[in-house]
Write a protein that binds this ligand. Sequence first.
Ligand code: CAA
Length: 380
Amino acid sequence: MNFNFTEEQLMIQQAARDFAQRELIKDVIERDEKAEYPTQHVKTMAELGFLGMLVDPRWDGGGMDTVSYVLAMEEISKVDASCSVIMSVNNSLVCYGLEAFGNDVQREKYLKPLARGEKIGAFLLSEPEAGSDATRQHTLAEDKGDYYLVNGTKNWITNGNTAGTYLVIAQTHPEKGHKGINCLIVDRNSEGISVGPHENKMGMRSSDTHSVMFTDVKVPKENRIGEDGFGFKFAMKTLEGGRIGIAAQALGIASGALERAVQYAKERKAFGTVIANHQAIAFKLADMAVKVENARNLCLKAAWLKDQHLPYGVASSYAKYYAAEIAMEVTTQAVQIHGGYGYVKEYHVERLMREAKLTQIYEGTSEIQQIVISRDLLKD
Ligand code: CAA
């Protein structure tokens, strides 16, 4: 693995940094408070090519590599994880799923507008009673000959209201367990779909998270991705890449908190000197920096493996598990270093701490990543 980034990768990193530091920063606190969707910023991310950056240019994407994606995700997440989760779900779950496992007709019709950022995608796996235990899908996609009839409820869906295209995981043959599950491409405007209210979340408050209900929704047979019964494997394979995106998000939240803590420690005075001169603070910063650097290396390793077309599923779980855990630790320490100022909104670190929490939960909790890692360690 080469630790030097290419010129193109550095340009993408810089473009993401400029966008985050010039645009996102302006209204991030207000949007968080109002739980307001970042409509204009999503448009700008589309114009900058961030929403389909991993997609091949043949399908109107940016054709960038996963290392560049990690660099861009880190920069955007340093400032606003609500925007970076919109970008991550669109890129590494929905676009990737369609590009890797869809057919050309599906790619032409559904992937292209998503890669151009004209439409946003959502990935509908979680249900009220199937979160971590993802094989137990209750949503039914009954085979009616030339269409599927979909009934059920999906929960915690990022982009649930704004998405134009849903990838819906549903059970077609309950007697076959996970081998009976399918993934269907569903138009958001299909008759029978209703969307619940915006979830009033602890953090990432300006990304839209909703439940989505399906009542007798007819989905054409040609909208199934892959062979009959491929849906669970599809979800697992797609989440392997999604977890690189969320790992990079957690990394960005942590590195953003570290940058703010370093800056504050160099300015704030106590006991006659800036607090950075107190070993209690300097050593905290050193610990935080080592954790951030380790997380960055794990993210880049998983991205590099994916770019080399080598197996990357377990590496992405290492990255997601570690980055999410240290994001929680590093943001907590950043609040501690800021003292009382850390506890108010103007200093950003309390928001970063709230955002970090979600990275331990979605796209596979930390405990799910431990399952994936330990099963790999213990396999014959
Ligand atoms: N690639 C391909 N196939 C895989 C796979 C992978 N990475 N992981 C599992 N499978 C296959 C297995 O080989 C098995 O198939 P066979 O029976 O043919 O061998 C099948 O899937 C079932 O696997 P397991 O027996 O291992 O299943 P399990 O019930 O023990 O659970 C799990 C596996 C890893 C715990 C899985 O259920 C899991 O990842 N759960 C977490 C779900 C999750 O991440 N949800 C996030 C929601 S999406 C989200 O958050 C998006 C958003 O909006 C931000």
